[in-house]
Design a protein around this ligand. Structure first.
Ligand code: PGA
Length: 247
């Protein structure tokens, strides 16, 4: 039985005052019988760590460099993330792939760098609307995951995978539980072929997850939790999703 994992992705939102309120409210609503993580903007990691002291909620970042250290202006290494207590980092989010031209290989290299420093990468994969309409969903997500499997070798059993159909992110359109489950099953089978740890790995669904649809999504056989954008910015909504994962 895989313990569910719910990850809040704040994206580029927040301020010191807003975050303090959000985290305090959130801390008061837990704990849940699920693993819960908030991935916050870099400048707020230290304060998030402090605000979550004594809570079971972990924190992480939304990206990391593939490099170790050195002349990479503006980048943040996974060594630094580990140094400030991050246990997770999102890599390959579709917004990074689309707006920063991140390739499958770069995403895989970032995942490798994170793992090397004990930070669990949450590797995002997902097809665009036109790829889905062209019947390419399976081939796209498999290609994205294959780069990571190839680069990590047997260590690929240590990652978290997040299936996020690009057309469902921030749009209010959610994949149906059946659509999501079908892709999760494909990803699980691909992981089975690569590692004997596939059945204990967590594959999250992301894309307009809300309090109202979370329970049904999370009840699917291969959906092990969610990567939550918009709804992670509201205490009540995120808490309700964490509760849905705890059942
Ligand atoms: P959303 O975002 O929940 O706002 O659709 C999910 C994500 O991009 O991780």
């Amino acid at each position: 039985m895989r313990k569910k994992l719910v990850v809040g992705n704040w994206k580029m939102n927040g301020s010191r005052a807003v975050n303090a309120q959000l985290l305090a409210g959130f801390k008061d609503s837990g704990p849940w019988n699920a693993d819960v993580v908030v991935c916050v903007p870099f400048p707020y990691i230290a304060e998030t760590a402090l605000a979550l002291t004594g809570s079971a909620t972990a924190y992480g970042a939304q990206d990391c460099s593939a490099h170790e250290q050195g002349a990479f202006t503006g980048e943040v290494s996974s060594t630094m993330l580990a140094d400030v207590g991050c246990r997770y980092v999102i890599v390959g989010h579709s917004e990074r792939r689309a707006y920063h031209a991140e390739s499958d290989q770069l995403v895989a290299d970032k995942a490798k760098a994170a793992l090397a420093h004990g930070v669990t990468p949450i590797v995002c994969v997902g097809e665009t609307r036109s790829e889905r309409e062209a019947g390419q969903t399976e081939s796209v997500v498999k290609r994205q995951l294959a780069a990571v499997i190839h680069t990590l070798g047997h260590c690929c059993g240590e990652i978290v995978v997040a299936y996020e159909p690009v057309w469902a992110i921030g749009t209010g359109l959610t994949a149906t539980p059946e659509q999501a489950q079908a892709v999760h099953a494909v990803l699980r089978a691909q992981l089975h072929a690569a590692t004997d740890r596939a059945s204990s790995m967590r594959i999250l669904y992301g894309g307009s997850v809300k309090a109202e649809n979370a329970a049904e999504l999370f009840s699917q056989a291969d959906i092990d939790g969610g990567l939550i954008g918009g709804a992670s910015l509201k205490v009540g909504d995120f808490a309700a999703i964490c509760l849905a994962a705890a059942h």
